[in-house]
Design a protein around this ligand. Sequence first.
Ligand code: SF4
Ligand code: FES
Length: 376
Amino acid sequence: MSDTQNGKSNGSAHVAPPSGMLAELTHRCPLQCPYCSNPLELHKAADELDTKTWFSVFDQAAELGVLQVHLSGGEPTLRDDLEDMVAHLTKRGIYANLITAGVTLDRDRLARLSEAGLAHIQLSFQSVNAERADRIGNAKNALAKKLETAAWARELGLAITLNAPIHRQNIDEIGAYFDKAVEIGAERIEVAHVQYYGWALKNRAALIPSAEQTARAQEVVDDARLRLKGILNIDCVVPDYYAKYPKPCMCGWGNEFLAVTPTGVVLPCHAAQTIPTLEFDNVIDRPLAEIWWQGSAFQAFRGTEWMQEPCRSCERKEVDFGGCRCQAYALTGDAAATDPACTLSPHHGAMRDLADGESADQPTDFIYRRIGLYSA
Ligand code: SF4
Ligand code: FES
């Protein structure tokens, strides 16, 4: 058996092959959500990897041990080779998940994707209120299009996850989101409290909910978990600013997951480019497996050796892996610091003050995501 199947020792860390890969096929998108997880510097279509190169990336991912590929963007359906990509992944035995805003598909295209092997789509809803959905995504008639897409997906037998990015301007809708998920026949809902780096960091004062709003929302989630048991799977973690301990971001850096950007840059986390001290490899220059095992960005925070106090001597260090590196950098300027979401971090109080202060003020206007606003 090869080391890619066994896993490898790397310093103090036993490293396994990745199980999941995010393939960001494009940065193009018809929506302009102010919390987009793409970088501020967005790439144009001309910079994107071509079909053949993506096929090679998928082949290398299969050989490395990847089991699931999340086809994402931007809006991945803007790639007219998406059906070929799904077919290629299916041929390689990789489960393809389509992450889409659901405003660009028609029934025929969805049927072709299903025939190519697609079994699951993740549909994001900016709001379940039509007017608010259009204002958050800066688009027209988005909710109606998404509902149409969801209905076609059901007819075609695709499993649906409803993705609900939550912030102060839609947090009071959480109950309505659960109703909508049941109505469209979703198997699962992901209540995704917005993470503040990149576009969301720019828009934090417009997005961050108060502690009271967050606590109220959590009660609705707890109630729905009981009420909808066996009907809807509910994924939700308490948002960082009001948590006791951080989430195990990425299930540990360079531990299970990798992301490939539209131009072929390979990342340990989709937001890793917000950390300016890291250097990244590109699949055009270096084999994917070599990047996973040896790439400097993957080594930077793999395992626990890099940790500082209080993480270094903490009994939770292999539970939450010190939290989120991108958030640690965004709030402390040191990507190796304990995530300030942790109450044991010396920066936790300042983070909480910031959240309480910004959420008490009137929300600022959105800075909408768009290509060219910040230059690539
Ligand atoms: Fe997690 Fe570090 Fe906080 Fe311990 S100190 S709970 S390892 S973030
Ligand atoms: Fe990058 Fe958490 S978002 S490590």
